[in-house]
Write a protein that binds this ligand. Sequence first.
Ligand SMILES: Nc1ncnc2c1ncn2[C@@H]1O[C@H](COP(=O)(O)OP(=O)(O)OP(=O)(O)O)[C@@H](O)[C@H]1O
Ligand SMILES: [Mg+2]
Length: 627
Amino acid sequence: MENPKYLLSLVGKHRRILFLSLIISGIMSILGILIPYFAKAQIDQLQFKYTNIWFFSTSSLLVFFIWLGLPFLIELLRNIFLKRLEQKISLKLTFASTRHIRELVWEKFRFMDGSFFENNASRRIIGMVIRSDNIIKDSLYVASRILNSVVLIIVAIPVLGAIGWQLVAITFFSVFISSIISVFDQKREALYQAIRDRSFDAYSQIDSLLTYNYRDARALGAVNSLENKYDKVTYKQYLVEKEGQSQRHFYQSSDNFIRELLALAVNLVAGYWVISKGYSLGTFTLVVAYTMQLSRSFRDLTDLVRTSMEMDLRITQLKFFLNLRPRLVFSNKTEEIIEPPKQVSIVDGYFGYTGYGREEKAYLEMILERSRRFITRYGHNGLGWQLKGLIEEMEKLEKPTQVLKGIDFHLNRGEIVALLGRNGVGKTTITNVLMHIYELDRGKILIDNRPINDFEHQSLLQQFAVIQQFPIILWGISIRENLNVGINKEVSDDEIWKQLKIVGLSDKIKELPKGLDTIMGDEINLSGGQNQLLVIARVFLQQRPFIIFDEGMSNLDAEHEMNIVKLLKTQAKHSGVLFITHRITAARHADRIVVIDQGKISQEGTHTSLVKKDGIYKHFWNLQVVS
Ligand SMILES: Nc1ncnc2c1ncn2[C@@H]1O[C@H](COP(=O)(O)OP(=O)(O)OP(=O)(O)O)[C@@H](O)[C@H]1O
Ligand SMILES: [Mg+2]
């Protein structure tokens, strides 16, 4: 009961449209149910044999024309006017609610930290919630189907009852048997789906490995074994499909046979009543038509149980996401950064990557439980992948890894700071917390002595130009657009060429027939180092107050590296540069060198001061340079 209410809250201010849509759908159902009644009246007229229902008499000629014309008009109204109206309203509602849900989701994204976007399991959850925006549309469908059935029962049963209670009895009997058949039908289908899904999962995994990762599989020398596996799984799938098909055919034909038999029985009984009790032929058709409508509608209802369960699951998932604890904290009133800041610092910072909190874990467990129930009853039906994502999420709920343990660090505009330390010591983590991509557990991040939470995030991120170990290239767009991205002002081609020349990439790009309009990835593939140079050019064009090089030079040759270090020095006139490197030859040029160890700063100073002291820096220097 909780979820339908929640769903209604998602419809928000569009509730009126929702109800209007349901009303129209209800009217259409009623009109549809009246049609067999009119058919009866027509036949009765033609037969000149009348059965009165309540106070309606079907005897005069005028009435005959009314019986003929009215259903025609009603069908016109229903199929042309009302149908179009319903479509229009439902489209409008879908559009509005989709937008509304998307907004909620995007708003939630703003508060999620880096790890949420980084791992595959979350990506699945993201995919799931992004797609959940059609739940309103689907639930509208479910609601109108239920409404239809209810209306049918309310209208058809009394009409039949007015003629004779036996008619109601035979109808119910037939509907009852047909519903039982449907339930068994679904159970079997679920069993078959479950087996099929399992083999399909295996198949699609190997399939994607072979299609998308063929190159890598080949490089690993694994193509043959994969191909063999592929063959085996495909064959297994074939067998499952074959077995399933023959089973299905057998059951479906027996189902159909029983249904036909049932219809025959109804026809016979009703026919007998026509003769023995003097019912009209019209009444006969009425009974047959209503029995069929009711059977179909009950079959629909059993199907709807499944759909509603699936809907329930999807709503729960969406709710789970929207209820996630915000990972990033912002002040009540955040500000845009207008003046370029002078300093960014961490004061006594503690940070660990965490899994989910206790409430979220409980919520996830509930979803998982429901998903399992659903799957055992109805098979995977595409839910398999989502469930897998959830299970992966659960497995991630491990103890947090503490990375920063009392760090004090600052970066001023106008200086170059090199950050050194062993792999996994937390260097990248420091840059992430500085940019508020993660929230510290304890301590503060300050921008010009003000808490980082006071600033609007996009505007904060625009203060940093970043080069990561794997440079961010936007594939499928031109070199020019790649260089312009994130720059709010117009950048002339002259400026672009100048920067390309400075980083040493202009000759390469001048060679290209389309120059700056060359599409990255489609029309040109640059080397790893050239990609880095391109991103470095972008960073220089961006002219942001702080530049972060996270191993941004790892792919550069010695000559380019030296060139970039020199460039950084010129940049440091107006920007603060933080560069993370494992190469001491580059680090030594920094104004200040900071060495991180065991979650803290272990050494700090200039190259000349640090090589003299025992410690990690001297150790690295000896390893890399002296020996
Ligand atoms: N998203 C994440 N979720 C959980 N743990 C993480 C995540 N990112 C990093 N870690 C862990 O935090 C620690 C610090 O990682 P970080 O990337 O900051 O190291 P680093 O100093 O940059 O290392 P490297 O020199 O290899 O780049 C590592 O032990 C790593 O396994
Ligand atoms: Mg790193």
